[in-house]
Design a protein around this ligand. Structure first.
Ligand code: ADP
Ligand code: MG
Length: 269
């Protein structure tokens, strides 16, 4: 089972949006996917239209009030399940984080689910604090969304340093899946400058080919509690971006996998 931690130094760069839409795209590509929310703010549940902290989830696993089988949530896609953060009172966020970071529950849950899922996409809170660090300790891969703006360049170095540290100290199998340009605005010269710097400064292959554009339909989708693909009977063309991202991600997880577009498929058998 691959565990992809979606992490970034900054908040509001599209982590939760990417987890949700990428998770669904990976499930539609035929994989058994769990979206795991580790952010006490609970925005994933909100983006799914669940009432704020209404359902038990990770918090209840930490207190031992629930078993993991009872808190997994099925979705319209039989291949996709979701485990939200649960009922975390704003006054108990520190306790939640402490329990998540110190105890064996997170690693235990993942090993328990290893036979049932091919991929876990973990939505981390903003910043490189202890929850994100813990997520990296139990993950196999890290995916870093990056908003195409000048400050982003500095945060890349900070995340890479944390990945190196976790790899050296706790989790030698952790690898960087890639940096993902998000909220990319083709009209904005700052966006283009940052993209150009990233593409030229970093070695080939660190930046994923897929770029997530800035688009108003993401906000609308999160307000309506749906992934982009399920917004309408006919999904907006933008939803295709996540199929492309899923392909990029799968090719990196399993480099031996044949590329999608490596030649025509003969019609006649
Ligand atoms: N590509 C995008 N274009 C426009 N708005 C976006 C995009 N991705 C996310 N958003 C919106 O920006 C806000 C923050 O996104 P979110 O995914 O919650 O970021 P994070 O999890 O990194 O804090 C949300 O309101 C979301 O709907
Ligand atoms: Mg988020």
């Amino acid at each position: 089972m691959h565990v992809i931690a979606v992490a970034s130094q900054k908040g509001g760069v599209g982590k939760t949006t990417i987890c949700l839409n990428l998770g669904l795209a990976l499930a539609r590509a035929g994989h058994r996917v769990l979206i795991l929310e580790l952010d006490a703010q609970g925005s994933l549940g909100l983006s799914l239209g669940l009432a704020d902290r209404a359902r038990p989830g990770v918090a209840e696993l930490l207190t031992g009030a629930e078993r993991v089988e009872a808190v997994l949530q099925r979705t319209r896609d039989p291949q996709l399940q979701v485990l939200t953060v649960g009922r975390v009172d704003p006054t108990t966020v520190a306790g939640f984080e402490e329990a998540l970071v110190r105890g064996p529950v997170l690693a235990g849950v993942l090993s328990r689910l290893a036979a049932d899922f091919d991929l876990v996409v973990a939505d981390c809170p903003a910043g490189l604090g202890k929850v994100t660090t813990r997520a990296l300790e139990v993950a196999t891969h890290v995916l870093m969304p990056l908003q195409a703006e000048p400050l982003a360049l500095r945060s890349v170095g900070q995340l890479l340093a944390l990945v190196d540290h976790v790899r050296a100290e706790k989790n030698p199998r952790l690898s960087l899946l890639g940096l993902l340009l998000s909220m990319f605005d083709r009209q904005a010269s700052a966006s283009l400058d940052v993209a150009e710097t990233l593409w030229t400064r970093f070695p080939d292959g660190i930046i994923l080919d897929t770029v997530i554009p800035r688009d108003g339909s993401f906000l609308e989708a999160s307000l309506r509690g749906a992934p982009l693909l399920l917004m309408q009977k006919r999904p907006p063309p933008l939803a295709r971006v996540f199929d492309q991202l899923a392909n990029d991600v799968l090719a990196r997880l399993d480099p031996a996998r044949p590329e999608d577009d490596d030649g025509p498929i003969p019609l006649l058998l």
